[in-house]
Write a protein that binds this ligand. Structure first.
Ligand code: RB5
Length: 146
């Protein structure tokens, strides 16, 4: 499994903690930046990560900004992306089970590194249930063209 990772300045510290976790667990990832703490614009990184997931260059994406909100708004404008904000492991789990979320959005100013990694663990270890939930995802695509 390959993960596309990205953050703005407000998510940089949590992104680095997630990278350390991935290295420790031998999970393959590609970091799309930002690579420093200087103020920058979240849409750029959300677009890069989401485009990589939509193109099949990564299986899943993880985005971190201050709240996760801006990353999530941007990601969900890209065809094929189902981005979910999660503030705890249960939300991350449900986003996979019912929504087949392929991008997880986290708040670096909301979650500690430890809390964020627990949310990531739940996201990566849960699979989509399909069935009636697939019908609902089909309806999203049908209604929105995305
Ligand atoms: C940056 O200050 C902050 O607005 C950004 O990281 C994010 O939280 C936006 O949704």
């Amino acid at each position: 499994m390959k993960i596309a990772l990205g953050s703005d300045h407000a998510g940089y510290v949590l992104k680095e903690a997630i990278k350390n976790y991935f290295t420790e667990k031998k999970i393959e990832y590609k970091d799309f930046g930002t690579f420093k703490l200087d103020s920058c614009d979240y849409p750029e990184y959300s677009y890069k990560v989401s485009s990589a997931v939509a193109a099949g260059e990564a299986d899943l994406g993880i985005l971190v900004c201050g709240t996760g909100i801006g990353m999530c708004i941007t990601a969900n404008k890209i065809k094929g992306i189902r981005a979910a904000q999660a503030y705890d492991p249960e939300m991350a789990q449900m986003s996979r089970l019912h929504n087949d979320a392929n991008v997880l959005c986290l708040g670096g100013r909301i979650l500690s590194d430890e809390e964020g990694i627990k949310v990531v663990e739940a996201f990566l270890s849960t699979s989509f249930e399909g069935g009636r939930h697939q019908n609902r995802l089909n309806l999203i695509s049908q209604l929105t063209g995305l």
